[in-house]
Design a protein around this ligand. Structure first.
Ligand code: SAM
Length: 246
């Protein structure tokens, strides 16, 4: 643990943040996997010298890390980075990665909107957004993570053949994103579903915590997989059920 690093501010009534929420302190217990006060340089140090040679997949709003950690275990040659804001979920994510002894997944306490401070043009193989906060009221729509400038910058950040995968239970959010990619669009549509789990589970399926929850109550899940054209020919189609790996 890094002693006194990022000491949480004193709250209005006098208690320090970690006295209310111990996870604000525990985020400092996993320096090799979790960056509570991240920077592009600090992430680059953790990823090491061969980072440029490794495919890179990022999840925004990675929650408690179930999806990303399982993906990292399945694809040891790939680097995975999760952006998440909540202390407890970040600690849970780091603990999961530690339990499996993974050295190819890192979590940042960072806003998803800052993605492009970390990764330049042509550097990402894939971006995953599982069940983003929907901000359902019209007055909140401006807070939605995915918007026109975001998609334009993401397109630049992806390498040719790179992809963007979205899952949501919220039809309004799904329609919002579909409207953003209405033609003419540079993207190739690789996957689309308005009820991804219709027909039941598939062997090897990787589901996030929220995906498990919604599946358990039979709530339809909307799914979109977009690809930036120009990559090598595919040997097989990406698995739309949660693993967009080739
Ligand atoms: C509905 S939860 C989904 C969590 C996870 N992706 C899953 O499917 O189980 C949305 C997550 O996004 C995180 N989040 C919300 N706004 C964010 C932002 N601007 N940047 C990064 N994470 C954010 C929340 O803290 C929360 O953990």
């Amino acid at each position: 643990m890094v002693e006194n690093a990022g000491r949480p501010p004193r709250l209005r009534h006098g208690a320090r943040a970690f006295e209310i929420n111990p996870y604000t302190r525990w985020v400092y217990d996993h320096p090799g996997r979790l960056l509570p006060e991240p920077s592009p340089q600090a992430l680059a140090r953790l990823r090491g010298a061969d980072a440029a040679r490794r495919p890179l997949r990022v999840e925004l709003g990675s929650g408690s890390g179930r999806f990303l950690v399982q993906q990292a275990a399945r694809h040891p040659q790939v680097h995975f980075v999760g952006f998440e804001l909540r202390f407890k979920r970040l600690v849970q994510s780091a603990r999961k990665a530690e339990q499996l002894g993974l050295d190819n997944v890192w979590f940042l306490r960072e806003q998803g909107e800052h993605l492009f401070r970390y990764f330049g043009a042509g550097t990402l193989e894939g971006l995953i957004v599982n069940f983003p906060d929907p901000w359902p009221k019209a007055a909140q729509w401006r807070k939605r993570l995915i918007n026109t400038p975001f998609l334009a910058r993401l397109y630049e950040a992806l390498r040719p053949g790179g992809w963007f995968q979205l899952k949501t239970d919220h039809s309004g959010y799904f329609l919002h994103v579909l409207a953003l990619i209405r033609s003419p669009s540079p993207w190739t549509l690789r996957g689309f579903s308005n009820d991804l789990h219709r027909g039941g589970a598939v062997a090897g399926d990787v589901r996030s915590e929220f995906e498990q929850l919604f599946a358990s109550i039979h709530k339809p899940i909307f799914h979109l997989l977009l690809e930036k054209p120009g990559g090598p020919a595919r040997e097989c189609a990406p698995d739309a059920r949660g693993d967009a790996a080739r």
